[in-house]
Design a protein around this ligand. Structure first.
Ligand SMILES: Cc1cc2nc3c(=O)[nH]c(=O)nc-3n(C[C@H](O)[C@H](O)[C@H](O)COP(=O)(O)OP(=O)(O)OC[C@H]3O[C@@H](n4cnc5c(N)ncnc54)[C@H](O)[C@@H]3O)c2cc1C
Length: 386
């Protein structure tokens, strides 16, 4: 391989995770190449995310990583100048049945232990935070005030610009087709346009994470499934937090929605059973299903007009947690895949973790985090707040 095609690290995928990872690696002075098959940054799952940012999880690794991500998103404008439409509106998980009340209350101990600002509020308290919630049968819910939201495209572009200004090279419209390997080590990647050398390759290929892992003979349990979302017209502010309802009903599991900084309500629902595969064509069943549930929860939403719907992919893992770690099969090959429905919020935290892994500078907390996210874990648990 020629020297002008040699890098310290090659990142496959310029999405929610690959872009902030490239930024962190460039901040450390490394020579970074990012290769993405799409024509520009964030065109995979990243731009289909609705922008929710929370550290409210049940898995300690995700709580910790997202607490760091939230710091990055919240301080971005002040530190770097770009407006990524960050809004600290908080997150609220509502309970209308004892089942959800129990689940949410049980999680408070671990959430607080890992530093999350969160509390349980009874019905009257929650109605003070979200006055438009349907009070009929409301038991209460959690509220985590430091969570929020931002624009996935503005944020990924901000990370991209900073990575580029620090010297990272981005190749768009180029697909990684093979890994170059020698003596049990990765030595670079082959694409449909050329070959590039690096002693470290990061797989941040999102819903295609399993395919890109398979290029190295590594089997990772990442399966894409389809989720649909929509955005309404913009209206005056009336809703503070992201509202999440985790009650399963026939046809759908949880759904969540919030009012963006620019006034639109943006929402999403998890179909049940899951729609496995790479199909991103919208269905006609999504809107009636989700609109019914949302209007039941906040009757005032009934008059809002919907402007656009879309469909995208969650890169799912069997236990709902990401897969981050070095492969045992191939030295120098780092997996950062399986972000499920939380890759946007995990991106900056995982990007920095990748920076410390590459530098050989992980902390004790990182090592604990990495045991939760290990590619070689048993995948037996279950994230309760997917
Ligand atoms: C409807 C919907 C709502 C969502 N809402 C939220 C939310 O509110 N908050 C949140 O945090 N997350 C949300 N998500 C999830 C989030 O979008 C994903 O978890 C996240 O984007 C995954 O990030 P990634 O970097 O792993 O993948 P991506 O952002 O998809 O990036 C992977 C990149 O790899 C590239 N690639 C793949 N294979 C190759 C190859 N062989 N060669 C070159 N390039 C390749 C792709 O082109 C792509 O750009 C939502 C998802 C959907 C669908």
């Amino acid at each position: 391989m020629t020297t002008n095609k040699s890098f310290d690290v090659i990142v496959v995928g310029a999405g929610s995770v690959g872009t902030p990872a490239a930024m962190t690696l460039s901040e450390a002075g490394l020579k970074v190449l990012v290769v993405d098959q799409c024509p520009s940054v964030g065109q995979g799952s990243n731009k289909r995310a609705i922008g929710g940012l929370r550290a409210t999880h049940s898995d300690p690794a995700k709580i910790r990583l997202c607490l760091r991500s939230l710091e990055v998103f919240a301080a971005w404008k002040e530190l770097h100048g770009d407006d990524i439409e960050w809004l600290k509106g908080g997150y609220s998980y509502v309970a209308y049945r004892p089942e959800e009340e129990r689940t949410l209350k049980e999680l408070l101990a671990v959430q607080k232990r890992y530093g999350l600002a969160i509390d349980w509020h009874d019905a009257a308290g929650l109605l003070r935070i979200i006055p438009d919630l349907n009070p009929d049968g409301l038991i209460g819910g959690t509220f985590s005030p430091d969570d929020g939201n931002a624009s996935p495209l503005l944020a990924v572009h901000a990370f991209y610009r900073r990575a580029k200004s620090l010297g990272a090279v981005f190749h768009f419209g180029e697909r990684v087709t093979a890994l170059a390997v020698s003596g049990g080590r990765v030595t670079g990647v082959r694409t449909d346009k050329g070959e590039y050398g690096a002693a470290i390759v990061v797989n941040a290929a999102g819903p295609s994470g399993a395919e890109v892992a398979a290029l190295a003979g590594v089997d990772v349990p990442v399966r894409p499934d389809s989720h649909e979302a929509a955005v309404t017209e913009a209206v005056a502010r009336f809703l503070g937090p992201m509202v999440v309802d985790i009650r399963p009903v026939a046809g759908s599991a949880n759904y969540y929605f919030y009012q963006h900084a620019t006034g639109q309500v943006i929402f999403c629902i998890t179909p049940s059973p899951s729609i496995w595969g790479q199909d991103v064509r919208e269905t006609s069943s999504f809107l009636p299903m989700v609109a019914d549930r949302m209007v039941g929860l906040i009757p005032r939403l009934r008059n809002l007009r919907i402007r656009r719907t879309w469909r995208g992919l969650y890169p799912m893992t069997p236990d709902g947690s990401p897969i981050v770690g070095w492969t045992r099969e191939l030295e120098g090959y780092l997996l950062a895949v399986g972000m499920c429905g939380q890759g946007f919020m995990l991106g900056p935290g995982i990007g920095e973790l990748i920076g410390r892994m590459v530098a050989g500078a992980t902390t004790e907390d990182d090592r604990e985090t990495l045991t939760y996210l290990s590619p070689y874990r048993e995948f037996k648990g279950q994230e309760k707040l997917k």
